[in-house]
Design a protein around this ligand. Sequence first.
Ligand code: GRG
Length: 293
Amino acid sequence: MASNLQEALEEISSLVNDSLDALLPQELPGRIGENRLARSMRYSTFAGGKRLRPFLVITTADLFGVSRQVSLRVACAVECVHTFSLIHDDLPALDDDDERRGQASCHKEFDEATAILAGDALLAYAFDILSHKDTHNDPAVLLRLVSTMAQSVGINGMVGGQMIDLISEDRELSLEQITRLQRLKTGALFEMACESGAILGKAPANTHRLLKAYANDIGLAFQITDDLLDAVEEDNRDNKSQEKGTFVSIMGVEKSKMQAETLINQAISYLECFGARADLLRELAQFVITRKF
Ligand code: GRG
């Protein structure tokens, strides 16, 4: 990873962690139920995580000179949504994973009901943070943030993508369907992250579109890389079964790598108008396909 990017990721992670710590509910005396919820929300949120989506919010907002105080709140809201999706994704009814971010998944550490509620509460909290007057003084900006977030989560976003993913277990998907699945499941929140920078900066429509296109391509390349990393892990375990509904399952390893590289080059081409100011976004795009974790 380029040292500029590493430094920026570390700096932003640390700022985001401090803000999340200040924003997320704390345990309070006598509140038995809420305290268990607060503990489980914090348990999953502070389990590590690369904080890539918050990085995208802050770095795109920086392009327009948005104050960090504002972009950090939006970054935290996006990370709450991401953590909600991971908690629910790990549940027995979905991916049934015992571990997440190097520790027991939320339902293993607490229980299934608590994990469902922790996810629900994080999702609701994200909208609470976004729509708060401290996020922006212009109600039109708040409304755009809220509606863009809602769309990135719902039927035309990660939840829709997750449903296609479930269906792909019993049937072969075409390349086009797999592309849609991955764009929704993973790409939608990347898009929301970059669009929110443009919304906060009141970017002109064409600039907003370029950032959305950048996010769309890096989101898809990110998911292809995730599937490639999974395929290598399965290979190391000598497990020949291949996850369905992935580019790797339909195109094989080499073509998937090429596809991810093509997407990243395309994503970088969308940043031309920003000149050197977008160097961190270019470095992040490269990191998305070279990462080992
Ligand atoms: C069930 C209502 C309901 C909603 C959940 C589960 C779900 C909808 C959507 C799935 C979203 C999902 C988990 C996509 C996978 C994306 C992915 C590769 C996540 C890992 O992202 P990283 O590597 O994770 O950025 P860290 O831990 O670094 O933050």
